[in-house]
Every structure is written in C-alpha cells, then in structure tokens.
Design a protein around this ligand. Structure first.
Ligand code: NAP
Ligand code: MG
Length: 487
C-alpha cells in the first residue's frame, strides 16, 4: 500500500477482504479534503474475523495453531516484524502523519517506538514463566502461563500505530490471536502493520484488522463469545459501555481511558526545563494525548513569571503542515473535534478564566482542523476547562501556596492517569509522587511512557496495565497443576 491507494478494507486471514460494506472517505485534517476511501467491516465481517482468529488459535492440540506454537517461533516472527517496521519506518510515519494530521517528526518517533515494542515482546515471549509452589500437601504444585485465545483490541485515533503495537505485541508474544478494531478515522497504519506481520511470518488469521464503526464492528467484537479478552483504549464514556457489555461473556477487560493530569511546579524547580516541559507535556500531538498535563499548578512566588514564560513559548510555536519536518503543531484530527475543543475555549472565557494567548483559528489555514494552542491563567477548580478532558491544545494554569494544597488540587479529579512534579527537593518530589492519585507520574520529567514500565490509570482513567512485563499477566491465564508424589 502507498499513499496513492484509494481503497482500504479489512485484513482477515492474511489477506484483504473487500466486501460491499459501507464506504466512507478519510478526510485530510489539513484541508478537509477526502483522500482515501475505506470499506467498513460489517457485523458479519467482524464475526468472520473473530472466527478466523479462533481457528488460527487452534484447538489446544500440540502443534495445532498459534496458541500451541513454540515461544521460539513467536519470538522469531515478532523480531522479524520489528525489523520490517524499521525498514518501512518512513512509509508508516508518512501514513500516520497524513491520516492523523500529526507532525512528521512525532510520527517518525512513533514508528521507531512501534518497532521497539515488537522487539521488546519478541524477547519476552520465552520469559513468561510460571512458578513451583511449596503446598502443604507435598507433591509438586506448579503454575503454567497459557494464552487466552482471541483478543479484541480497540484502538483510538490519537496514536493509532503505537497503541496497536502496545496491544498486539504482548498478545501475540504469548500465543493469543487478535482482531484489531482501529478508530474509524485512522485505520491505515494498523492495516499496514498486519500486512507486515504476515510478511514477517505471523501465520494467516493470527493478526486481523477490521476497520469499522464502534457501533457495529466494535460492539460485535465485544459481544462475540469467542473473544476472551477486550483491551480498549478510548474515552471513559465508551469504556464504561465496553466493560458492561463484556460482563455478559465474562471476558477480561483492560481499559485505558481519559485523563486530566496535573503538572506541579514548585518555586525551586529548574525554571527553563520546567517551562519547556509545561508546553510539551500538554501540546504533544496537539494535545490529543490521554497523558496530557492539561492542568498547570505553580507555586505562587513563581506563578506570574512562569505563566509568562509558558505564554512566550506558546506564541513561538511552529504551527505548520504535518509533512514539514520543522512543524511542531499540526491540525487536530478532524474539524468536528476542533470545534469541540473550541467550545471549551469559549467555556473558559465565559467562566471567567483569563485567556493569556492563542485559542483562535489561524488565518493562513482557512480549511481543515486548525486551532492555535490556548493558555488560560487564573483558572479555578470548578471551571469546566479544569474538570473535563479537552483532548486538545488547551492548558489551564492556577497558583498554589503549600505542598498539601498542590496535592489536593492535583487529586481534585475523577481521573488519574499521568502527572509530573518539578522541584529541586527530591524528598518532596518523592512525597508528592506518592500522594498524587494516578497510575503514572514523573519527577523532573515530562515522560509518561517507557515500554519497559507498566502504564495505565486509576479511577475514571481505567483498569489494568499495559507495557512492561505487567502486560504479560493481562494476556495470559495462570493454570495450577498439582502432581501427587505419594504413589
Ligand atoms: P472513543 O470515542 O472512546 O473511541 C475509541 C475506540 O472505541 C474507537 O475505535 C471507536 O470506534 C471505538 N468504539 C466506539 N464506540 C464503541 C462501542 N460501542 N463498542 C466498542 N468500540 C467502540 O475515543 P476516541 O475519540 O477515539 O479517543 C479519544 C479518547 O481516548 C480520549 O478520551 C482519550 O483520553 C482516550 N485515550 C486514552 C489513552 C490511554 O492510554 N489511557 C490513550 C489514547 C486515548 P469509532 O472510531 O468508530 O468511534
Ligand atoms: Mg470518539
């Protein structure tokens, strides 16, 4: 597939299946023009993909199917896929950049991250060990790690390639087979990854992709009895419905949902580093990031000077076309989403927050999903822009006086995904990191994600952990085996 392809469709059983489903055009976020057509997978086609994945998993007999393949075979295929991603990195980055409207420099980093993710789990395939247990009965008690079967993996539109890698890599490493449901807006890189997986030696039917709507392909996947696990990344609202629907089939569920993370800056912080990070920890991917630190809490003596420094950085951002390597901020994913973000900016103004800079639609990009990053100061905890996830380039700043107050402001949210603390006092950094209710937090760093460390949220931000060796638990079942030694 190249950028000149005009029709995309589901990838099932190692090949494209182009049925006569509803066709819709993907729209370029830069100018609002259609550029590629996609045939949506219907409920019947999604069910067919699940049955194909179930057959590829096998019936449990030795040597039958991916579920009983050797760890060496799975590892070899995933190493091969990592190498193919590196060989096709520029193509994948271009595809992701054009589809999402993401700056090419971010998309290039993401292609590299996807390759590293497959390589990490290729290395983990033969390290998912069980244990021997000293049971009172004597004899030998041991545990085996077994794959679950078919996993339904539901992907959002903000990091389509990376999140597809995060979910498929550990699932496949342990012998599960997968059906990936990408977001309607952004199916392209998941489809390409499935093709590359086939080329790398992943058997037909093990890695399937069904581009289709949440209501049809998504619901079918969640309800199909042969699907044993759902891993969902997306909004809290949809996640709640997914969990409810999965309950009927007693399926395992991992949910990576929204966030409203805090960036806490104490007066003794390294000013320049903290100011740079305050910008990039909310504006990466144009703010369409579940880990975005969209609330900036600054110790009062530093507050005015810090807000001014952040405003200066906002004003100097290079807003531009995604394919331009110097672009720092591209458009949002769609005009509809841009309008939803713009409505939050209006709400901030009408609730009395001070708009320090940005928030307009740039004159030179009249078409498409563009928005200038907005910085609000003097916000308060009850404002909509402080409470709700905006998922766009909007930062809300407020001052605090004491460490305790910083922690209680940070925790004044139903979400709990990410966060940062900036201080020269490491003891305080550790105290605050412990007290903020969140799944992930960094001290003197804007990072949220390391492939080797568990990632996920608490509260409305989700359930379960992805990445690191923790992900292996969520894609395997533990079987206890007891062997009597008294006879
Ligand atoms: P979304 O609307 O919840 O959609 C996520 C995925 O679920 C899409 O593939 C969507 O398909 C599908 N879906 C929709 N309704 C469904 C249903 N009834 N059953 C099964 N699947 C269904 O979220 P989004 O708008 O794509 O992404 C933005 C949200 O994702 C934000 O809230 C953000 O915080 C969250 N997010 C979280 C993380 C994390 O790791 N915590 C990472 C990235 C994003 P359609 O595209 O067809 O609607
Ligand atoms: Mg949505």
């Amino acid at each position: 597939m190249s950028l000149t392809t005009t029709l995309e469709c589901a990838f099932v059983g190692g090949r494209r299946i182009n049925h006569s489903g509803d066709r819709s055009a993907l729209v370029d976020p830069v100018d609002g023009k259609p550029w590629i057509e996609v045939t949506a997978a219907s409920a019947a086609e999604t069910a067919h993909a699940v049955e194909t994945a179930s057959a590829a998993f096998g019936n449990g007999a030795p040597g039958n199917g991916w579920g009983r393949s050797s760890s060496a075979e799975r590892s070899r295929a995933l190493f091969g896929l990592a190498t193919l991603i590196e060989e096709h990195a520029e193509e994948l980055a271009q595809l992701e950049s054009r589809n999402v409207g993401k700056p090419i420099r971010e998309a290039r980093d993401e292609a590299a991250l996807a390759a590293r993710c497959y390589r990490y789990y290729a290395g983990a395939a033969d390290k998912a060990a069980g244990a021997t247990l000293p049971v009172a009965a004597g004899g030998l008690s041991l545990t085996l790690r077994e794959p679950l079967g078919v996993c339904g993996l539901i992907i959002p539109w903000n990091f389509p390639m990376v999140i597809t890698a995060w979910k498929t890599a550990p699932a496949l490493a342990l012998g599960n087979t997968v059906v990936v449901k990408p977001a309607t807006l952004t199916p392209l890189t998941a489809l390409r990854l499935a093709e590359l997986a086939t080329q790398a030696g992943v058997p037909d039917g093990v890695f399937n992709v069904v581009p289709g709507s949440g209501a049809e392909a998504g619901e079918t996947l969640v309800r199909h009895p042969a699907v044993r696990k759902i891993s969902f990344t997306g909004s809290t609202e949809v996640g709640v419905g997914v969990m409810r629907a999965a309950a009927d089939g007693i399926k395992r569920v991992t949910l990576e949902l929204g966030g409203k993370s805090a960036n806490i800056v104490f007066a003794d912080a390294d000013f320049e580093r903290a100011a740079d990070a305050a910008v990039w920890s909310v504006l990466g991917n144009a703010g369409q990031d579940c880990c975005a630190r969209s609330r900036l809490l600054v110790e009062r003596p530093l507050y005015d000077r810090f807000v001014e420094a952040v405003a200066e950085r906002f004003a100097n951002l290079r807003l531009g076309l995604p394919h331009d390597a110097s672009t720092e901020i591209g458009p949002l994913v769609s005009v509809a989403h841009r309008d939803a973000v713009a409505a939050y900016i209006d709400a901030g103004k009408s609730e009395g927050a001070r708009l320090v800079c940005g928030g307009g639609m740039p004159q030179r990009f009249a078409q498409g999903a563009w928005l200038e990053p907005a910085l609000f100061a003097d916000t308060s905890p009850r404002m909509k822009i402080v409470r709700e996830e905006i998922f766009g380039p909007v930062l809300a700043a407020m001052p605090f006086d004491k460490e305790d107050e910083a922690v209680s402001l940070a925790n004044d949210t139903t979400y709990g995904l990410s966060g940062s603390v900036w201080t020269a006092d490491l003891g305080r950094g550790v105290r605050v990191a412990r007290r903020v209710r969140t799944g992930v937090i960094s001290v003197n760093s804007a990072s949220s994600v390391h492939l080797e460390a568990p990632f996920g949220g608490v509260g409305s931000s989700g359930l379960g952990r992805e990445l690191g060796m923790a992900a292996l638990d969520s894609y395997s079942e533990t079987k206890s085996v007891y062997i009597d030694d008294s006879v």
